[in-house]
Design a protein around this ligand. Structure first.
Ligand code: AMP
Length: 506
């Protein structure tokens, strides 16, 4: 409620202020508020199931944000789905979430393949609604308290994506923290690098809108064309940079990526994967006036729960950067192998307890029960991340399972393996990450193929890739395919992943 009221205040007091900007497209606070009201009024009339989700499909356009607010102002959570997600996966999301509406802010190439009956609002119909005569739905209709605000689908080990439910309270706790602890003092320009279907985007979207800031989105077309990207970046004049470390690493390859390009850059917020010391040092050299923060957290606890300011002293005294300190309203525990709180310096699983912890995975009570619990009215989430605490500071030390991050994208090896194995060309397969400088560089799929008629391995690979691209977004498809007659086994009959990772193939 507070969050929507904050946005409303800017829309009422300064309607011409720019809320969103990319490639020449702008959206003012006034337009954002009125158009999302229009959409909310439409949904209040048209929806039949209270709090049913609304799927919002598209890329980084202004209609996405209008649709998000339109959904929550009518009491419905939204599910952001980026254009990079293939139709088969969208169908899985629809099957899981049973949304009442599908807003297509971008053309869908093959919407005919949507397997489930769902009302689709294409861009022309959407435009008619948005530009109709102004209606104002009552604030009582807005999503509130523990009701879902958004549902973000992440990779799941069962072969299907799982929907993390984030409530109004969860999001409010996160936004309050960002506004308070990171010198967000209004009217700043925020970089939005992550597509809206990744929760990293929440780190810029709502802090920007709740502080009267302007969101500057980087589209996939800009990323594909570095010349345009840097011209747009220069024009953006961003003050708050939010991205994965991998994206900043990519930008650093361009020598002009420095203070002169973004003279007013004040803050770097990094989250989602390890922030390497070397990268932080390079950024400090190129942007001597900017503050750099390493944030840590999973989608299940609303973006991030810890932060560390990376100062020169921190860089000089660490070879691996800590993830820092937990936000005030939250507790981070390290639980050792015996299920007891770990002592200082002892490794264990990181467990998050606090108001930004999700109620769980939509429609998945068993999966939810495995990782979430409630103690004394507080929700807790077992992250599956290994870590420890030393002298009051938290450190991250990898995963306890098969979840990985490749260039900032979260994925479960098991989901990729499942989707490769269902290909008729494949008997069995395992996927292993390949590291470079302690960071995952790419994924290697070790495949035992079925009999096939391809003359060359690359032909087989391209046939498998083609099938995979129908199931998984491009970033989840392994870069390398290695073919084997059989997979190496351990003495107790499991696939010997260690051997594969070490390059021993039989
Ligand atoms: P996601 O749900 O996509 O945000 O991914 C969450 C996972 O990313 C966490 O459980 C960690 O494994 C990893 N992660 C997030 N932030 C950091 C960080 N600052 N350093 C290392 N790993 C991180």
């Amino acid at each position: 409620m507070k969050l929507l009221q904050a946005i409303k205040q800017f829309a009422v007091n300064d309607p011409g202020r720019i809320a969103f900007l990319n490639s020449g497209t702008t959206l003012t606070y006034g337009e954002l508020w009125d158009r999302s009201d229009q959409l909310a009024a439409y949904f209040l009339k048209q929806t039949r199931r209270p709090q049913s989700p609304i799927l919002v499909y598209g890329h980084m356009g202004p209609e996405m944000i209008v649709s998000f607010l339109g959904s929550v102002k009518s009491g419905h959570p939204y599910i952001p789905v980026d254009v990079s997600i293939p139709v088969v996966r969208i169908n899985k999301i629809i099957e899981s979430a049973k949304p009442e509406f599908f807003i297509a802010t971008e053309e869908m190439e093959d919407d005919g393949f949507l397997k489930y009956p769902i009302e689709i609002l294409q861009s022309t119909a959407l435009e008619e609604i948005l530009l109709g005569s102004v209606q104002q739905p009552p604030a009582e209709a807005w999503v509130k308290g523990d009701e879902n605000f958004y549902i973000i689908y992440t990779s799941g080990s069962t072969g299907n994506p799982k929907g993390v439910q984030i409530s109004m309270n969860n999001l409010q706790s996160f936004v309050d923290w960002i506004l308070k602890d990171f010198s967000i003092n209004g009217q700043q320009n925020f970089l939005n690098q992550a597509p809206f279907s990744f929760d990293l985007s929440v780190m810029d979207l709502y802090p920007a809108l709740c502080s009267g800031g302007t969101l500057f989105s980087i589209t996939k077309d800009m990323i594909a064309n570095p010349k345009t990207l840097f011209a747009e970046l220069e024009a953006s004049d961003v003050n708050v940079w939010t991205s994965t470390p991998s994206f900043a690493q990519m930008c650093l390859m361009e020598p002009n990526f420095k203070l002169e390009l973004l003279p007013n850059l004040e803050t770097f917020l990094f989250c989602g994967e390890i922030l390497p010391v070397k990268l932080a040092k390079q950024l400090m050299d190129r942007f001597p006036r900017a503050r750099i923060f390493n944030l840590y957290g999973p989608t299940e606890a609303t973006v991030a729960v810890t932060k560390l300011e990376v100062t020169k002293e921190v860089l000089d005294s660490h070879s691996v950067l800590p993830i820092g300190y937990c936000k005030d309203d939250t507790e981070l525990l390290v639980i050792n192998e015996n299920g007891k709180p770990a002592v200082d310096g002892e490794k264990g699983e990181l467990v998050i307890i606090g108001p930004s912890v999700s109620k769980g995975y939509l429609g998945e009570p068993l999966l939810t029960e495995k990782s979430f619990s409630i103690n004394n009215g507080q929700r807790s989430y077992r992250t599956g991340d290994a870590g420890y605490r030393k002298d009051g500071v938290f450190y991250y030390s990898g995963r306890l399972d098969f979840q990985v991050k490749v260039h900032g994208y979260r994925m479960e090896m098991e989901e990729i393996e499942y989707n490769i194995t269902i290909s008729p060309y494949v008997k069995t397969c395992v996927v292993e990450p390949v590291y470079c400088d302690g960071k995952i560089d790419f994924l290697n799929a070790y495949v035992v193929p079925n009999n096939h008629s391809f003359e060359k391995e690359y032909q087989l690979t391209s046939a498998i890739r083609k099938e995979l691209s129908q199931q998984l977004p491009a970033y989840m498809i392994p870069r390398k395919f290695t073919y084997l007659d059989r997979l190496p086994m351990t003495a107790n009959g499991k696939v010997n992943r260690k051997k594969l990772a070490a390059g021993v193939l039989i």
